[in-house]
Design a protein around this ligand. Structure first.
Ligand code: HEC
Ligand code: HEC
Length: 189
């Protein structure tokens, strides 16, 4: 009885280990970095100054030392109202250089489209547009655009990088595929 129990524990542990996807597989599906909001005083500095236009996950696309971080932020935000008090800026740069410094690997930007086997109906596609896309702009933007599947993919992935709520790769790919049908590049289709 005792032995039998131990035996089955070993077996079920092995089964769990083999069922777990390898690190590479997990990574292949992760097309967006996930960055937790830091704790402490920096949390409010970021909430106050840094989240009105885009999320903080984008920081993970970079791996830089402190002065390069300062340079990048200046260059990217030219002409925008992104200005921190000196103390706050120092804290932010310290965090960026520590969390996304030269020893870390920048998150790969490449988007690997998820494979899909079920496809959006018009109702499902319109529902996503209504819920997700109207967060930032009118749907005219979408309905005035006609594009190929590849171009829609670029556009929608860009919207996600801007902050559109598209956490599920398969649903995003369904939306992209649907857009490429209803807003196809071929006007005579
Ligand atoms: C007024 C809007 C706005 C605010 C506020 C803002 N950003 Fe940005 N940020 C942008 C835009 C727009 C871009 C993209 C610029 C480009 O691609 O040329 C960007 C790009 C970035 C990038 C590069 C992202 C990437 O994909 O490579 C980082 C990092 C960044 N911002 C950090 C910050 C931090 C830190 C703060 C707060 C101090 C901040 N941003 C506040 C508008 C803003
Ligand atoms: C977080 C804000 C945000 C959300 C959410 C968002 N967009 Fe956008 N979108 C923008 C901004 C900002 C622009 C203007 C970009 C520019 O002019 O450079 C834009 C522009 C566009 C354009 C025109 C692009 C072009 O080059 O002509 C299309 C098409 C578009 N969005 C589609 C979508 C779709 C589809 C969704 C929903 C899946 C969506 N957007 C959700 C911010 C957003």
């Amino acid at each position: 009885m005792k032995w039998g129990f131990g035996y089955s524990v070993v077996f079920s542990t092995l089964a769990v280990l083999f069922a777990m996807p390898s690190f590479a597989q997990l990574n292949a599906g992760a097309t967006r970095p996930q960055v937790p909001l830091p704790e402490g005083p920096l949390r409010n500095i970021i909430l106050k100054n840094c989240v009105s236009c885009h999320g903080i996950d984008d920081y993970a696309y970079h791996a830089l030392e402190k002065d390069k971080w300062a340079e990048l932020l200046t260059n990217l935000h030219q002409g925008m109202n992104v200005k921190l008090a000196d103390n706050d800026q120092a804290l932010l740069l310290e965090y960026l250089a520590t969390t996304f410094g030269t020893e870390s690997a920048p998150f790969p930007r490449k988007y690997i489209p998820a494979e899909i086997t079920t496809f959006y109906t018009d109702v499902e596609g319109r529902r996503d547009l209504d819920v997700i896309c109207t967060e930032c702009h009118e749907l005219d933007r979408v309905y005035e655009t006609r594009a190929s599947l590849a171009r829609w993919r670029v556009l929608v992935v860009e919207m996600r990088q801007r902050g559109a709520f598209l956490p599920d790769d398969e649903n995003m790919e369904r939306l992209i595929e649907w857009l490429s049908r209803v807003q196809s590049a071929n006007l005579f289709e």
